[in-house]
Design a protein around this ligand. Sequence first.
Ligand code: LRH
Ligand code: MN
Length: 424
Amino acid sequence: MLLDSNKIAAHNADLLKSHTNKLVFTTSEIGETENIIQKLIDFQIAIPSWALGTGGTRFGRFPGGGEPRSLEEKIEDVGLLHALNNASGAISLHIPWDIPTDYQAIKNLASQHGLKFDAVNSNTFQDQTNQEYTYKYGSLQNVNKAIRKQAIAHNIEVIQQGIALGSESLTVWLADGSCFPGQLNFRKAYQNTLESLEEIYAALPSNWKMYLEYKSNEPNFYSTTVADWGQSYSYVKKLGDKAFTLVDLGHHLPNANIEQIVAILLMEGKLGGFHFNDSKYGDDDLTAGAMKPYQLFLIFNELVEGMDARGMNHAKGLGWMIDASHNVKDPLEDLLQSVEAIMIAYAQALLVDRKALEMAQNENDVVKAQEILQNAFRTDVRALVAEARLRSGAALNPVALYRDFSVRQELIKERGTNTVATGL
Ligand code: LRH
Ligand code: MN
């Protein structure tokens, strides 16, 4: 389903007056806004190919209809999101959930929608039908060398598929770990995983990056072999300059200070990118900014400060990706809301008066420091985010346009009510 620019222009025309009023007020409050608007226009967030259908849990899954039945339809859906917000200019594929049959055709279709291919994701946390060995007791950590070899071969195959698509990074998330004390020798599991990652690393093209994603628990519930930022950091330091740590916001133990982890990894030059989402309890994969918008702002506050300190380009310096699962929301509306929340957090972080904050910190003026941060967080920047969309031909209010044009109903007419997308 294509959203032609006339529909978007008509939608914007209706909203232009109220938008302009808000923008004039916001600009009068903030002062210099052009630099922020341009940074928002340049900022692109990759959409996960595995989150375009309805997610579920072991207790149930309630599909909403019109889900993409193929990689082609997934690319169309991400293209639709990108047409609505001009901030979703890439798709991140998960292999084998989304193996292209005709690479050139898929690349052409993606570029028709203005999309690039971000990181490709390997999958050694499920057994595929024609697979020789099971990953029940892990993949790269496995005590059985043949199983480690099978998992290494899969990752190298995923790199080849990524090269064919024009991707330049591999994300490795390992479910590996143990469910009971005594089940695993932690040191041997670490060594096996490191040696396996070294073989995968050796297969990376010179311009590629490897993102090693950590997670505290699930599906293993006693130990995870890449469980936290420290463990991931120790692996990527040993692997080399092309290996980095990926921070999935939902992969931390309760009350972890994620913005501090981000600051340290960035300072060490080992922060590779993000899987944005939000959570209240575990790896809930909820809409970014839905539960802890202040934490998302504090993370971007560290990112802006740390990336500027290293002279990094905000849009290109790190891997910006969403990783979410939609149990009760329309997947596309959920993703539109996540992108909006990320853009708002980034814009607010760009508002922080860095000089004043540094002075307050040097004078241990704790109250002043909080005033500076919360002043930025409490500034309504939505008009700036909307203006960035307007200037790039997208919709002033993507979710409203999505609903006004009954996009989901059109997708259901086209695809049916019982289609099931591959993925989580
Ligand atoms: C693991 C994870 C990982 C993906 C999977 C879909 O929880 O965050 O990034 O491979 O979700
Ligand atoms: Mn993730």
